[in-house]
Design a binder for this molecule. Structure first.
Ligand code: N01
Length: 541
């Protein structure tokens, strides 16, 4: 007799993709339209955009130049889209991603408002079953995470926050209705890329802004401006060239690192080159010399130039000294670019507080208290960053073969092969996972490479009649060593408090997470692995 209350059938797909930002959108397009797979995307937000859907804080803008911050896989898409400014602002990036989703009819295969809370691999069925916050379940042969690297907000556990009488917000979970700073005393904690972008905009709106700085930071002007029609035309006419440059440079940006050492030029020539780079602005400052990130003495010359700029711009000598008291090499932490950040400290309504010298002790009902003073506040803005790279993956509660939690497999830090796969987790792919260039690269370039590699890999399996791919322990051990070696060859690990190392989250293992060997080199490694029949992976039916 049939069961009168049969368990609802779990919808089954060839592939489930978690996240509908740049990576999820392109992965859906590739698997559905190029391979003909049945694909479902699950997205926590109510729209596409990923990181950009959540990061709506004032001043949110990308630090990749707009003509490089887009997909390049479609010449038509590239040529029909027109950015308005040198650096795209968050609302314009949202318009772009919605345009992509609509142009390729992607939204019909995305379930919005669907937060994944668990994923479990069933060995016998060779299936992943994914659970959502609402208790729904989905299953698929392949599970692909497209959750981004910087999507898990890090709100420091400061005692007393629950008793704060005012409003507090984290920049990465910004209220969609916005925050009204008019007439308000605002405290902003954090001086990374986000705090540096938000400070001038909040200062212009608030009654008073107090910036709480723990680690002083370099910043180079963005010199953002509307794009000239001639430049837009040039971009449209140069799709192939730009794509080629971005795919061949170590960081996926559309500029080439100068082939000269800091020591090839005289002191005066060096200063002139730094001045020219400062006047041009943006991340290209890093490209002034080839040895800035590998030779500490070379880096010191850039650091000295940038610290001098701070002292020139900021009128109050004590404030300037605190802002210029930077303890790490230039670009060893992700280098911010800004619009009037340092100049903002010349405003009468802005105060800088050094919380390295006098740490924050607690939040009180009416503000923040450091070891030395109390600061009455109406609004606290946490620009305190993210549980980067591993955070978004671990939050999914992924369990591989025999119920092994990913959190346990990564107890001592992330271990995987090529940043793409973890042994014990068959048919799971992590787009821009730790161990891949990801955040050290212009993200759309890193994303296109990963998505295309995963697509080709699944196509290969299908063509060979194979059902499963899983990396091996030895392949992972070799790759982890390569990731460590690549980082050790640079100055990047010298920024001890960097989120690249997980140092911003108390208790997180200190492991240098992104692959620092350069995007072009990484692409060649991945291509070679594929050409050798997916060396380092076990393929089976
Ligand atoms: O975060 P961060 P972010 N008490 O981790 C401080 C990308 N992004 O959101 O260095 C006091 O860099 C912390 O101090 P310290 C980009 O890749 C891109 O700014 O840990 N302070 C630091 O100053 C970027 O790198 C764009 O000592 C505390 C700050 O908070 C990444 O996102 C724009 C604290 C956090 O800086 C993350 O940037 C924005 C505490 N308890 C972001 N805890 C563009 O494309 C943390 N801090 C332009």
């Amino acid at each position: 007799m049939p069961d009168v209350n049969p368990a609802p059938a779990i919808p089954h797909y060839d592939a489930l993709v978690i996240g509908a930002g740049f990576s999820g959108l392109y992965q859906l397009l590739c698997l559905r339209d190029r391979l003909g797979l049945k694909v479902q995307v699950l997205e926590a937000g109510e729209g596409v955009g990923g990181t950009w859907y959540w990061n709506r804080y004032p001043g949110a803008r990308c630090d990749s130049e707009s003509h490089s911050y887009n997909f390049t896989f479609s010449k038509e898409l590239f040529e029909e889209w027109e950015w308005s400014e040198r650096y795209p602002e968050q609302p314009e990036i949202m318009r772009y991603l919605n345009h992509v989703a609509d142009r390729f009819d992607l939204k019909r295969d995305i379930r919005f408002g669907t937060r994944v809370t668990g994923a479990r691999y069933d060995e016998a069925a060779n299936r992943w079953t994914v659970t959502t916050e609402a208790g729904e379940r989905f299953s698929a042969q392949f599970l692909i995470t497209a959750v981004g690297c910087l999507s898990t907000a890090n709100v420091p556990k400061i005692p007393g926050l629950e008793d704060f009488a005012g409003q507090w917000v984290h920049t990465g979970q910004w209220p969609h209705e916005g925050v009204d700073f008019t007439g308000k005393r605002v405290g902003l904690i954090g001086t990374g890329s986000t705090g540096i972008q938000a400070t001038p905009v909040i200062a212009a709106a608030a009654k008073h802004l107090t910036v709480f700085q723990r680690t002083a930071n370099y910043s180079v002007p963005a010199h953002n401006a509307p794009l000239k029609p001639e430049f837009k035309q040039w971009v449209k006419a140069n799709h192939a060239t730009l794509r080629e440059v971005m795919r061949s440079t170590p960081n996926g940006h559309p500029f080439v690192i100068a082939d000269r050492s800091v020591w090839d030029v005289s002191d005066a020539e060096r200063e002139a080159l730094y001045e020219a780079a400062w006047a041009k602005g943006g991340l290209q400052f890093r490209a002034t010399f080839r040895d800035l990130l590998v030779d500490k003495a070379a880096n010191d010359t850039a650091a000295a130039f940038l610290k001098n700029k701070i002292r020139e711009i900021v009128k109050d000598p004590a404030t300037a000294a605190t802002l210029a008291d930077i303890d790490h090499p230039y670009a060893a932490k992700r280098p911010p670019i800004d619009s009037d950040y340092f100049d903002t400290f010349n405003r009468d309504n802005v105060t800088l507080v050094d919380v390295r010298a006098a740490p924050i002790e607690r939040v009180t009902p009416d503000g923040l208290q450091t070891r030395e003073a109390s600061y009455p506040l109406d609004i606290i803005v946490f620009a305190t960053g993210f549980d980067a790279m591993t955070g978004p993956l671990l939050k999914l509660n992924i369990e591989g073969r025999n119920g092994m939690p990913l959190a346990q497999a990564w107890e001592a830090g992330p271990r995987n092969y090529l940043g793409l796969q973890v042994a014990g987790f068959p048919n799971l792919f992590t787009i821009t996972g730790p161990g891949s260039p990801s955040v050290l690269c212009n993200m759309p370039v890193a994303i296109e490479q990963h998505v295309e590699w995963i697509t080709d890999c699944i196509a290969h399996l299908r063509a060979k009649g194979l059902a499963r791919i899983e990396t091996t322990e030895p392949a992972m051990a070799g790759w982890v060593a390569q990731v460590n070696d690549a980082a050790a060859a640079t100055l990047l690990p010298e920024a001890h408090h960097s989120w690249y190392l997980g140092a911003n989250v108390p208790g997180k293992p200190r492991v240098f997470m992104p692959y620092a060997g350069g995007m072009a080199h990484y692409r060649a490694i991945c291509d070679e692995v594929a050409a050798k029949g997916y060396a380092g992976f076990a393929l089976s039916d």
